[in-house]
Design a protein around this ligand. Structure first.
Ligand SMILES: NC(=O)c1ccc[n+]([C@@H]2O[C@H](COP(=O)([O-])OP(=O)(O)OC[C@H]3O[C@@H](n4cnc5c(N)ncnc54)[C@H](OP(=O)(O)O)[C@@H]3O)[C@@H](O)[C@H]2O)c1
Length: 377
C-alpha cells in the first residue's frame, strides 16, 4: 500500500460508529490534534455523541442511508473511519471509495464478506487498516518489496476463554465471554475473540489487504497483546510491531499516515513488560480459524455466509436467545447448507458479484434465524 494523496490539514473526518469503542477513541485522538483533524460527520446506532458536526446521523433516522452517503461523499470529507460492527458498513464503504475518499477500516466484516469488490474499488493506498494486527503488519511492510515477504503471522490473545477449564462451552455465560483480558472492545468483537472467530475474520481481512494467499497467513497465541503481529521475510528475518494494547495508536496512524503523531500512547518500558509468550493455536479447541479458512478457500459467497451466520449467532447469544456453544455449529450449518447457484443474481443486474454476496448474506441470516426459531419453539 502506498500514499494516495498528499494530506491537507486539518483532515476532514467522518466517523461511522462514533459512540463505539473505536469511535470514541478516535474522537480522543482527534481532540488531541485539532490542527490535524476536524470532524465533519458522525454516524451511530441509537445514541449520538455529544458533539456538533456538519452531519450527525442515527441509523434509525428515516433518511439515514441517503444522509450517510451524502456525508461520506461530501467534498469536506477527506477520510472515513469505518467502525460500525458488521455488514451494515458495506454500503457506506463502497460509496466512500467510489467518491475517491481515503478509508480507515476497523470493520473487518466488510473485507471478509466483500474483500475482492472492496479492494478492486479502492485506489492505491486508499485503505488503511485500523485493526491492531493489520496495522502492525502494515507497519512491518513499509519499505519492503512484496517478493521479500514469506508469511504474515497474526497474533491472538486467545480471548477471555483461553484458559477456561475443560472443553465444554455449554456453560459459558455472556458475562464470561465479555471479560476480555487485555482489550476493552464492543460486545460483538469481544465474543468473536472468545470463539477466536475474530482471528479467522482477521485472516481473511489480511488476505485481502495485503494480497497474500491464505496458506501464507498464520495465527499464533500471544496472551500479553504486546506483539501486535509479525511479518517473516524470505531471508528468515522477521519484523514485529510492539506497543501496549491501546487502539488509539493504530487509529491515529490510520488517520495521520504517513506521519507519526507524537505521544499518542505512552512508550512501552520493555524492562517492565515481563514475559512475552507465544504458543501454537489449539485448533481442536478453537476450530473457528479453520472454519474461516475453509470459507475463504471456497470463495464466492462463502465468506459472506460465514460472516453473516456468525453475526446472527453472536447477536442471539448476546441477547441470551442461544448459547455460546451454539455459535460455531450455526456457522457450520449455514456453510454446509449454502447453495451458491441460488445466490446467482438474474441476468442484467448491475453488479452481479455484489448482488451474489448480498444474497449469500441474506441466505445465512435467514438460515440461522430459522434454526434458532426451531430451537426456541
Ligand atoms: N473495539 C476494538 O478495539 C476493535 C479492534 C479492532 C477492530 N474492531 C472492529 O471495529 C468495529 C467496531 O467495533 P467497536 O468495538 O467499536 O464496536 P462498538 O463499541 O459496539 O460500537 C459500535 C458503534 O457502531 C454503532 N452502530 C451499531 N450498529 C449500527 C448501525 N446499524 N448503523 C450505524 N451505526 C451502528 C454504535 O452506535 P450506538 O452506540 O448508538 O449503538 C456504535 O457507535 C467492529 O467491526 C470491530 O470488529 C474493533
Amino acid at each position: 500500500m502506498s500514499v494516495a494523496h498528499a494530506p491537507r490539514w486539518p483532515l476532514g473526518v467522518a466517523l461511522l460508529g462514533a459512540t463505539g469503542s473505536i469511535g470514541s477513541q478516535a474522537l480522543d485522538v482527534i481532540d488531541r490534534f485539532p490542527d490535524r483533524f476536524r470532524v465533519v460527520g458522525l454516524l451511530s446506532g441509537r445514541r449520538l455523541p455529544n458533539r456538533t458536526a456538519r452531519y450527525t446521523v442515527r441509523a434509525s433516522d428515516p433518511d439515514a442511508g441517503a444522509r450517510v452517503r451524502e456525508m461520506v461523499t461530501d467534498p469536506e470529507c477527506d477520510l472515513v473511519l469505518v467502525a460500525v460492527p458488521g455488514a451494515c458498513a458495506l454500503e457506506p464503504t463502497l460509496a466512500a471509495l467510489d467518491a475517491g475518499k481515503r478509508l480507515a477500516i476497523a470493520t473487518k466484516e466488510v473485507l471478509v464478506m466483500a474483500g475482492e469488490v472492496v479492494m478492486r474499488r479502492a485506489g492505491p493506498g486508499a485503505i488503511r487498516p485500523v485493526d491492531s494486527e493489520h496495522s502492525a503488519i502494515w507497519q512491518c511492510l513499509w519499505g519492503e518489496a512484496p517478493e521479500s515477504v514469506a508469511r504474515l503471522i497474526l497474533t491472538a490473545t486467545g480471548g477471555p476463554l483461553l484458559r477456561h477449564p475443560g472443553r465444554d462451552w455449554r456453560t459459558v455465560t455472556v458475562e464470561q465471554a465479555l471479560r476480555h483480558p487485555t482489550w476493552s472492545m464492543g460486545p460483538k468483537v469481544t465474543v468473536d475473540s472468545a470463539t477466536l472467530m475474530n482471528k479467522g475474520l482477521e485472516m481473511i481481512e489480511a488476505h485481502h489487504l495485503f494480497g497474500l494467499p491464505l496458506d501464507r497467513i498464520e495465527v499464533v497465541i500471544h496472551p500479553q497483546s504486546v506483539i501486535h503481529s509479525m511479518v517473516q521475510f524470505v531471508d528468515g528475518a522477521a519484523k514485529a510491531q510492539l506497543s501496549h494494547p491501546d487502539m488509539r495508536l493504530p487509529i491515529a496512524l490510520a488517520l495521520s499516515y504517513p506521519e507519526r503523531l507524537p505521544g499518542v500512547v505512552p512508550p512501552t518500558e520493555f524492562a517492565r513488560v515481563g514475559e512475552l509468550e507465544l504458543e501454537p493455536l489449539d485448533r481442536e479447541r478453537f476450530p473457528s480459524v479453520d472454519l474461516a479458512r475453509e470459507a475463504a478457500r471456497r470463495g464466492g459467497g462463502y465468506p459472506a455466509v460465514l460472516n453473516a451466520a456468525n453475526e446472527e449467532a453472536v447477536a442471539a447469544f448476546l441477547e441470551r436467545r442461544s448459547g455460546f456453544a451454539d455459535i460455531l455449529p450455526l456457522v457450520r450449518s449455514a456453510l454446509d447448507g449454502f447453495r451458491p447457484e441460488r445466490a446467482d443474481p438474474p441476468p442484467g443486474v448491475a453488479e452481479p458479484e455484489l448482488a451474489a454476496i448480498l444474497a449469500a448474506d441474506a441466505y445465512a441470516r435467514q438460515h440461522v434465524r430459522e434454526r434458532l426459531g426451531k430451537v426456541e419453539e
